[in-house]
Design a protein around this ligand. Structure first.
Ligand SMILES: C[S@@+](CC[C@H](N)C(=O)[O-])C[C@H]1O[C@@H](n2cnc3c(N)ncnc32)[C@H](O)[C@@H]1O
Length: 369
């Protein structure tokens, strides 16, 4: 799968067009102007035409500003005056009919007002992700009601927003099987699953902590209406902890995977340090060593663990220190831990054992270091 911007670049290359200028003040800006330009064309907002006189400036296919070009983007009112070289239809022909990314608002009414605000915000952000990386016309929002329409503040006419239940939406498009993205699913989303025609994300925000397992209920409802549901989770090294769970983040991870990125890379592309800290709180304690020094218990981890975890978690040193503080642990260099091990004796206890050091020996250790 490729995004519309890449398809537009491909068509331009095939036609031997290396740069495009504009006769309109409405010229896309941002990270990928050809993606924005492709979306303008797809929305029926103009075409790329051949001019008699070149424009003063243009943009090459990598988005860099260049000199004159006889090819330019023009607004719909100007299209008829020129020879059209790329139109909406040229792009449409190359865009696949699938996949659909569906945000299911079946449980909208279960949210308190603050949560509804968050659902709306996350859907606006999902729309932004779809513009940047996908095609908003392949994003559907189901179970849309008046309250959501008022709160959403997003151009609902540019996505497939519909009051119908998801099952009805799927039936109307001949889709009988879907992937339901669910953090509590028994199976991990695989490459094979990415070939399906529709992916469902629950329009759910859980600030009160009372919606655990709600996504699965969307699946049960679809199954009761004859849709086959593949419940799948997105994980980071085997665990959902550390995977951002906002609707827009899940949508971006999914889109990245649809473009061929592997799951870990896709998760890390959207993981903020806050999400990474969730996972740190789980990973650090797994590596703790217990020392009883002069009757006082110390929980110690290797300082080098930070470098190890940094390889697959978006953490900074301050995140590592923050979690150590929260969990009451200290970090020591590996060589110091080896030294502590040498001067201690191992004792089994009910918590799995600890290393015991007499104070006299610690003094010796500190003197040595
Ligand atoms: C904030 S989550 C709500 C999860 C809800 N509390 C539950 O237990 O079902 C919003 C949506 O993001 C998606 N999601 C979040 N984390 C996910 C993960 N690790 N794997 C798959 N989907 C996930 C699901 O579609 C979910 O409905």
């Amino acid at each position: 799968m490729r995004k519309p911007g890449d398809i537009l670049r491909e068509i331009l290359k095939e036609k031997g067009i290396e740069r495009v200028g504009t006769l309109s003040r409405k010229w896309p800006s941002g990270e990928d102007i050809f993606q924005e330009l492709a979306l303008l064309l797809l929305e029926g907002d103009g075409a790329i035409v051949k001019l008699q006189e070149p424009t003063a400036e243009s943009w090459d296919l990598s988005g860099k500003k260049r000199g004159p070009s006889i090819y330019a983007y023009v607004r719909p009112c100007m299209v008829e005056k020129f020879e059209v070289v790329i139109s909406r239809e040229d792009l449409m022909r190359r865009l696949p009919d699938y996949p659909w990314i569906i945000i299911d608002l079946m449980f909208w009414h279960k949210h308190i007002p603050k949560e509804k605000g968050k659902v709306s915000l996350q859907l606006r952000e999902t729309y932004a992700v779809a513009r940047r990386m996908f095609w908003p016309r392949r994003v559907a929002i189901t179970w849309v009601n008046e309250e959501f329409r008022k709160m959403a503040k997003l151009p609902l006419e540019k996505v497939e927003a519909s009051p119908v239940p998801t099952a009805e939406f799927l039936r109307s498009r001949g889709i009988k099987r879907v992937v339901l993205l669910d953090p509590n699913a028994p199976e991990v989303l695989s490459k094979e699953d990415l070939k399906e025609k529709a992916f469902i994300i629950g329009g759910i925000v859980d600030m009160k902590g009372d919606k655990k397992g709600t996504t699965a209920k969307i699946g049960e409802s679809l199954e009761s209406q004859g849709i086959e549901v593949l419940r799948r989770k997105i994980v980071l090294r085997g665990d959902v902890v550390g995977v951002p769970d906002r609707i827009n983040h899940i949508a971006e991870i999914l889109i990245r995977m649809l473009y061929g990125e592997d799951m870990e890379k896709a998760v890390l592309a959207v993981q903020a340090p806050t999400h990474a800290r969730w996972r740190l709180r789980k990973e650090i304690p797994k590596r703790k060593i217990r020392y009883l020094i002069d009757g006082k218990l110390y929980l110690v981890v290797e300082k080098e663990l930070y470098d190890e975890l940094k390889e697959w978690l978006n953490i900074r040193w301050e995140d590592f220190v923050k979690v150590l503080r929260e969990t009451g642990m200290v970090a020591l260099e590996r060589k110091r831990i080896h030294h502590l091990n040498k001067i201690s004796v191992y004792r089994f206890d009910r918590s799995g054992g600890k290393r015991v050091i007499l104070l006299k020996r610690v003094a010796l250790l500190c003197y040595n270091c």
